[in-house]
Design a protein around this ligand. Structure first.
Ligand code: HEC
Length: 196
C-alpha cells in the first residue's frame, strides 16, 4: 500500500474517533441493536505509528539479531545484500531521485526515498514477509529495521532500536517532500488516536 493511501486511511480513522468516540451509541448500534463505538485503542491498531513515535509498540532489536532474521525470512526475495530480487531493492540510490543526468536514473529505495523510519517498522510489521504478513514479533521487527538502516549507513552497526530511538532516526530524504498546504485535506496529527 502506498504511503499516501496509508496516510488517507490514518486520517479517515482519525476522523472516526472524533465523530464516534463519545458515549452516545453509534448510529449502527442504534439501528441494529448491537455493536459499540470503536475505542481509541481499537482504532490505534489500524492507524500507523506517527513519525514522532506515537503508536509504536514496546520492544527492541539489534542489528545483529536483524541480520539473522533477515537472512532467514527476507533475503530470498530482497537479496543477501538487500539489492533486490523478487522483492524491491531496499538500500542505495541516495541522491539519485533529483538529478539532471540522463544517464543516472532515479533509484527509489528505503534509503533514498522514505522520509520516516517509523514507516519502515509499520510496513514490515503489517506487510512482510510477503507470504506471511504480520507474523513477526515486535522485537524481530525492531531488529530488522535496525539491520536495514545499518546496511543503508543511516545508523551504526552496533545499534539497538526501540520505540524511543527509532523515532529519533533521521532519514536522508526527510526534507525531500513538499508538505500539503491544505489543512482540510490532511488534518493535524493531533487528531490521531495515538496518544502514547
Ligand atoms: C516472497 C517474497 C518476499 C519476502 C520473503 C519478503 N518480501 Fe518484502 N517485498 C516483497 C515484494 C514483492 C515487495 C513489494 C510489495 C509491493 O510493492 O506491494 C516487498 C516490499 C518490501 C518493502 C518495501 C520496499 C519499498 O521501497 O517500497 C520492505 C521494506 C520489505 N519488503 C521488507 C521485507 C522484510 C524485512 C522481509 C523479511 C521479514 C521481507 N520483506 C520479506 C517480497 C518479499
Amino acid at each position: 500500500m502506498s504511503t499516501i493511501t496509508r496516510l488517507a486511511l490514518a486520517v479517515a480513522a482519525a476522523s472516526v474517533v472524533t465523530v464516534g468516540g463519545a458515549a452516545e451509541p453509534s448510529k449502527a448500534s442504534r439501528v441494529y441493536g448491537f455493536g459499540s463505538p470503536a475505542t481509541t485503542d481499537e482504532l490505534g491498531a489500524f492507524v500507523s505509528p506517527l513519525p514522532d513515535g506515537r503508536g509504536l509498540p514496546q520492544g527492541s532489536g539489534s542489528v545483529t539479531r536483524g541480520k539473522d532474521v533477515f537472512e532467514a525470512q527476507c533475503a530470498a526475495c530482497h537479496g543477501a545484500q538487500l539489492q533486490g530480487g523478487l522483492g524491491d531493492r531496499l538500500i542505495g540510490g541516495r541522491g539519485t531521485l533529483v538529478n539532471d543526468l540522463p544517464t543516472k536514473p532515479p533509484v527509489k529505495t528505503v534509503e533514498s526515498y522514505w522520509p520516516y523510519a517509523t514507516t519502515l517498522f509499520d510496513y514490515i510489521k503489517r506487510a512482510m514477509p510477503l507470504y506471511q504478513p504480520a507474523s513477526l514479533g515486535n522485537d524481530d521487527v525492531y531488529a530488522l529495521v535496525a539491520y536495514i538502516l545499518s546496511e543503508a549507513k543511516i545508523v551504526p552497526g552496533d545499534t539497538t532500536l526501540d520505540q524511543d530511538s527509532l523515532a529519533k532516526v533521521r532519514m536522508p530524504n526527510r526534507d525531500g517532500f513538499i508538505a500539503d498546504h491544505r489543512p482540510e485535506t490532511f488534518p493535524p496529527v493531533a487528531q490521531s488516536p495515538h496518544s502514547n
